[in-house]
Design a protein around this ligand. Structure first.
Ligand code: SIN
Length: 322
């Protein structure tokens, strides 16, 4: 029996719930030699800024136990080149496109939204308010409820009802549910959980920070339990708000875990560096697991762990009065 893998993030529909993660495959050109991009849920492009940007000094990557640190610093071609070259290429591939945007100010996010709102072929905007690789930590909008709200509010005003907005949040906060509440109240259709965690490696030979930018974002399997926790908490607080989950997914089982926690879609990032087919492999493995577990639709698995949790509480002697 074939399973219905389709999913939605707000008003945007996707045939499968497995996407690339922003930042790990640029605009997808490198991955297209390994599988047709139209065969996965969507390509989430590397966060694009208003102007071209060289990024941070090298080295920009460091291996860590079960993960890696990156300190790319939002390198990219700028919005004009992106609209002229990358979007038409992705449309030609038949890929569904989620465009990730990043700005240094609230106005820059609004400018990007203005440039993108009438570009055909875009399924949704991921508003990245959580990049850790910026000089000024005050620019990590997602660490502050007021700034998070201001960015999403500004983008929503420009976009109107035209495109779904997914706010990408940082795990480096005390209460991620409070930040999720702000962005949803400001007009986000969903949230992307989680961006990388701020980390650091010191080279014990040179006795100096390894990364050119000193600090970097930690990704890979080491952070998956943090992502699952964040997804679970946000889904529990706002069961109707769609979540795009990410953070260390490298197998169908990892994606299934995030879906059980409450994710309607799952992005595969760091795993792609070791296995460029990882996104498709995860999708194929997920389909097998869902079938084995008796699900006929992806949707019925979303947040399933919460239903179990509620059931267990009802069945406990304390709740049943035994
Ligand atoms: C980067 O380009 O520095 C990574 C972007 C991000 O983590 O949001």
């Amino acid at each position: 029996m074939s399973i219905d893998l389709s999913t939605t993030l707000g008003p945007a529909w996707f045939p499968t719930p497995i996407f690339t993660a922003s930042g790990c495959a640029s605009s997808g050109r490198e991955l297209a030699q390994f599988f047709p991009l139209k065969n996965i849920g969507a390509v989430v492009t590397k966060s694009i800024m208003v102007k071209a940007r060289p990024g941070r000094p090298t080295p920009r990557m460091a291996e860590t136990p079960s993960g890696m640190l990156n300190s790319i610093g939002l390198q990219g071609p700028g919005i004009d080149s992106f609209i002229a070259n990358d979007i038409p290429w992705l449309v030609e591939q038949g890929a569904r496109i989620i465009v990730s945007i990043a700005g240094e100010t609230v106005d820059e996010y609004a400018t990007l939204a203005r440039r993108l709102r009438s570009v055909p072929g875009i399924s949704a905007l991921e508003v990245n308010i959580s990049c850790p690789n910026v000089e000024n930590r005050g620019m990590v909008f997602a660490c502050d409820p007021v700034s998070s709200r201001a960015v999403i509010d500004g983008v929503r005003r420009i976009i109107g009802g035209d495109l779904p907005i997914i706010a990408k949040l940082s795990p480096d906060v005390t209460d991620i549910v409070a930040i999720a509440r702000e962005v949803v109240n400001a007009g986000a259709d969903g949230v992307a959980l989680i961006n990388t965690l701020l980390g650091m490696v010191i080279n014990t030979e040179t006795m100096r920070p390894h990364l050119g930018g000193k600090t970097g974002g930690l990704s890979g399997p080491a952070i998956r339990p943090v992502a699952v926790r964040a997804i679970y908490q946000v889904h529990q607080a706002f069961p109707k708000v769609p979540i795009l989950g990410m953070g260390g997914v490298r197998s169908g089982r990892d994606a299934f875990e995030m879906i059980l926690a409450g994710a309607s879609g799952v992005s595969v990032g760091t795993a792609t560096f070791g296995n460029p087919r990882a996104t498709l492999d995860v999708q194929e493995e997920l389909e097998v697991i869902l079938t084995e577990k008796g699900f006929t639709t992806l949707r019925s698995a979303v947040g399933f762990a919460h239903r179990q949790d509620r059931q267990d509480r009802q069945d406990s002697p304390e709740m049943s009065g035994e």
